[in-house]
Write a protein that binds this ligand. Structure first.
Ligand code: SF4
Ligand code: SF4
Length: 379
C-alpha cells in the first residue's frame, strides 16, 4: 500500500517545477506524449500521484526515466501545469532519493551548496593533480601531510565509493519498481529469449534514441519542419555519444599508454571525432537555452547550465591541448589549460551519480524492465 505524504507536492516543486495543482486532468498531455501509447495515462497519472502525496507510486514509476523531456506535453497544457517540467523534476527527485549520502538533495535544492561543492571538489582535484609533479612545492607540501601511498590510492578509493553509491541507488530504484509491479505483472520469471529481446531493444534504444526522435516528428511540433541535424533529439544524441566516446578514448589511452604525439592512433581519432560531436551538441543546447525557441527552454536550472557549460569547456580545452601536444608547445598557459581540462572532466565523471546526468545510469535499467515486462511478440 502506498504511504501518503501531504507535503510531497511542495517537495517536488523544490526540484524545479511550478505549482502543478492547477491541473484538472484534461488529458492533453497524455494524448500528445509518445510514451502514453503504451502506458495509458502517462504523464497525467503522475501529476495525480503528486497531488495525492503518493510518494511510493512516483518513485516506482519506470516512465519518469523513459521520458526524454521533449516538452511537447507542456506546450499543450491549458492550465500551465508544465507536465514536462514536472516529470523532469520527478527525475531529479528520484535521483536525490536513491542517492544515499544526501549530497544530491542538497545540490539540487540549494544553488549555494551546488556552487560550493563544485568549487571544493575543483580545489581537491587541483591538489591531487599537483601530486603528478612531485618536485613542485605544492606537491611537496601535500606529501608532508599525507604519505605517498595514501595519495596514490585515493583515486581508487574514490571510485570504489562511487561504485557503492551507484549500486545502492540502483538497488533502491529496483526495489521500488519491484514493490510497485508485484501482482501487476506475471510472477513467472522471464525466459532467456525474452531477456535477450529486452536487452537488444534496450541497447537499440540507447544507441538510436528512437523514442526522442518520435517526439520531434509530431506534426504540430515546432521542430517537425526543421532539419534533423538541429533537432533536440539529435543534439541530445550528439552530447551523449560524444561524452561516452570520449570516456572510451580516455580509457583506451590509459590502457594502451598511447604516445600523445601520434594523432593517427585509433584512440586519438576516436577522441577527436567524439569530442567534436560533444561540442556540436553542447553548443546547440546552450544556444537553445539562451534563445528559448520553444516553451521547453524557458526555464533552465543551475544544474542545466553547469552540465552544458562544463562539457563545452571540457571539449574546448581538450582540443586546445590536442593542438598543444601536436605542436609540442609546453608553455605555462598550456599547463594551466591542462589543469582546467582535467579538473572539469573529472568533475563531470565524479559528480555523475549526484547530478541530473545520473539518469544515464537509471534509464537503461528502466528501459530494460519496460521491455522485459512488455507483451510477448506472439501474444
Ligand atoms: S497537466 Fe495540463 S494537459 Fe496534463 S492533464 Fe493536467 S491540465 Fe491537462
Ligand atoms: S516531456 Fe515529452 S516524453 Fe516527457 S512526458 Fe512530456 S511529452 Fe512525454
Amino acid at each position: 500500500m502506498s504511504v501518503l505524504n501531504p507535503g510531497l507536492a511542495k517537495e517536488i516543486q523544490s526540484y524545479g517545477t511550478v505549482d502543478f495543482s492547477a491541473c484538472y486532468s484534461c488529458g492533453n498531455c497524455t494524448a500528445i506524449c509518445e510514451l502514453s501509447d503504451e502506458n495509458g495515462f502517462f504523464p497525467r497519472n503522475l501529476i495525480r500521484y503528486g497531488m495525492l502525496g503518493l510518494k511510493d507510486k512516483l518513485l516506482s514509476s519506470k516512465e519518469i526515466w523513459l521520458c526524454y523531456g521533449c516538452g511537447e506535453c507542456s506546450e499543450t497544457c491549458p492550465r500551465e501545469a508544465e507536465p514536462g517540467d514536472y516529470v523532469a523534476a520527478l527525475r531529479r527527485y528520484a535521483i536525490a532519493h536513491h542517492e544515499p549520502t544526501g549530497l544530491t538533495k542538497l545540490m539540487f535544492r540549494k544553488p549555494f551548496a551546488f556552487v560550493a561543492i563544485t568549487l571544493v571538489l575543483a580545489l581537491f582535484l587541483f591538489f591531487l593533480l599537483m601530486t603528478l609533479k612531485p618536485d613542485h612545492e605544492v606537491a611537496r607540501w601535500i606529501f608532508d601531510l599525507l604519505p605517498f601511498d595514501a595519495v596514490h590510492d585515493l583515486g581508487l578509493y574514490i571510485f570504489i565509493f562511487l561504485g557503492i553509491i551507484t549500486a545502492l541507488g540502483l538497488f533502491k530504484m529496483l526495489r521500488g519498481i519491484r514493490k510497485h509491479d508485484t501482482g501487476k505483472v506475471k510472477d513467472r520469471p522471464a525466459g532467456v529469449a525474452k531477456i535477450w529481446r529486452a536487452t537488444v531493444k534496450t541497447v537499440n534504444e540507447i544507441i538510436t534514441m528512437n523514442r526522442y526522435k518520435e517526439c520531434d516528428r509530431q506534426d504540430d511540433a515546432y521542430w517537425a519542419p526543421k532539419p534533423w541535424f538541429i533537432k533536440p533529439w539529435f543534439v541530445h544524441w550528439m552530447i551523449m555519444m560524444g561524452f561516452l566516446g570520449l570516456l572510451l578514448a580516455t580509457i583506451l589511452d590509459f590502457i594502451f599508454k598511447d604516445p600523445a604525439t601520434d594523432i593517427w592512433l585509433p584512440s586519438r581519432i576516436l577522441g577527436t571525432v567524439t569530442g567534436l560531436m560533444m561540442m556540436y551538441g553542447a553548443s546547440l543546447a546552450i544556444y537553445y537555452r539562451l534563445t528559448k525557441p520553444t516553451h521547453f527552454y524557458t526555464r533552465s536550472s543551475l544544474a542545466d547550465w553547469f552540465f552544458l557549460v562544463f562539457i563545452w569547456l571540457a571539449g574546448f580545452t581538450g582540443f586546445w591541448l590536442e593542438a598543444a601536444v601536436t605542436f609540442d608547445a609546453d608553455t605555462v598557459t598550456n599547463q594551466v589549460v591542462f589543469i582546467i581540462h582535467t579538473v572539469i572532466s573529472m568533475e563531470l565523471v565524479l559528480l555523475l551519480i549526484f547530478s541530473k546526468f545520473a539518469h544515464a545510469i537509471y534509464r537503461p535499467v528502466a528501459l530494460f524492465l519496460h521491455y522485459l515486462q512488455g507483451p510477448d511478440p506472439q501474444a
